[in-house]
Design a protein around this ligand. Structure first.
Ligand SMILES: *[C@@H]1O[C@H](CO)[C@@H](O)[C@H](O)[C@H]1NC(C)=O
Length: 315
């Protein structure tokens, strides 16, 4: 194998992290992760993707040219703090500046807070604000890759980074929006609000229709008068149960973005309430021990109703 173009540390190796790792490995990047303390299933998944395991955050920082933070939204601030905490004590091998790409689903306000913590605790690290739009990268049958889009912003354009920056920025299918921290996170909030908001409305409309025993009739009318809505809503309802726990904080972040950046103070509360809806759904998934039986619309709606009935019996 030829010399890697750069070393990339990924925090952490969930389904998006592993997809991006595979894309980078296929394009001749060396990818590291700190999986110590994680399950052996996670370790094996990383090894299968040819990701190298390191034992500590400080080893990850010491060896990486780039660190990608891809964690549940509620962990974004703490994850950045972990890297800042080891920054002072570690012996960095590379002479080039470390780039830290925050690719999490957070509001511009949270992104700004992260930028301030870097300035204070590890000013040498170059923070790039980013978001991920679309599903994990996957190889296509034609030998290329289906990739999510990655808008980026902040004072340090990735394509100008010294270690293969231009190649790295294009491999990630990134798009530079400008020098402001928060532009990229905010764009991601606006994009994500549409599908995830519609799914939340769909869950309420469908479960209410089911309680009224009119769900099949609602589906018939959607087919005739709003067929795109039916397919979007049903795709959302069946795919969201497994992700609902991550969306709880993401919806709060979207609410903050619409309030802080869009000026929708009171009215942005709708996303706080949608956060509550996904919290409820995440609870259903936890109580059932997984999403089995929720892969179809009737199953997902039925599962929600079962829990509602149980709660009513408790009252
Ligand atoms: C990574 O390294 C630190 C020590 O630096 C450790 O406490 C942490 O649990 C490790 N594992 C993960 C998955 O972050």
């Amino acid at each position: 194998m030829s010399t890697p173009l750069a070393t990339v540390g990924i925090l952490s190796i969930g389904s998006m992290g592993i997809g991006i790792a595979k894309l980078l490995v296929a394009n001749n990047y060396r990818v590291l992760t700190n999986a110590s303390g994680r399950s052996s299933a996670t370790e094996n998944r990383a090894k299968e993707a040819r990701v190298e395991l390191v034992g500590t955050d400080s080893e990850l920082v010491a060896q990486s040219d780039y660190i990608l933070s891809i964690v549940p939204p509620r962990d974004a601030v703490a994850t950045a703090a972990r890297i800042q905490d080891v920054w002072k004590e570690q012996k960095r091998l590379s002479k080039s500046p470390l780039y830290y790409l925050d690719l999490n689903a957070i509001s511009p306000t949270t992104a700004t807070q992260i930028a301030e913590s870097f300035k204070e605790k590890a000013p040498e690290i170059r923070l790039v604000d980013g978001g991920i739009i679309g599903g994990p990268p996957a190889p296509t049958s034609g030998g290329s890759w289906k990739r999510p889009g990655i808008p980026l912003s902040g004072p340090f354009p990735l394509h100008e980074a010294p270690v293969s920056g231009e190649h790295f920025a294009s491999t990630l299918y990134s798009r530079y929006l400008g020098p402001r921290i928060g532009s990229a996170s905010g764009l991601k909030c606006c994009f994500a609000s549409l599908a995830k908001g519609l799914t939340a409305l769909g869950i309420q409309a469908y479960s209410t229709a089911a309680s009224l025993d009119v769900l099949p009739a609602l589906q018939d009318y959607l087919d005739e008068y709003n067929p795109q809505a039916r397919s979007k809503i049903e795709g959302g309802i069946t795919s969201c149960p497994v992700k609902a726990y991550r969306w709880v904080e993401e919806m709060n972040q979207i609410g903050d973005c619409f309030a802080d950046d869009g000026g929708w103070n009171e009215q942005a509360r709708i996303f706080r309430q949608i956060s509550g809806l996904y919290a409820e759904l995440a609870k259903v998934v936890e109580e059932r021990g997984g999403t089995d039986g929720m892969e179809k619309v009737d199953g997902a709606i039925g599962a929600l109703q079962e829990v509602e009935e149980l709660e009513q019996d408790d009252r």
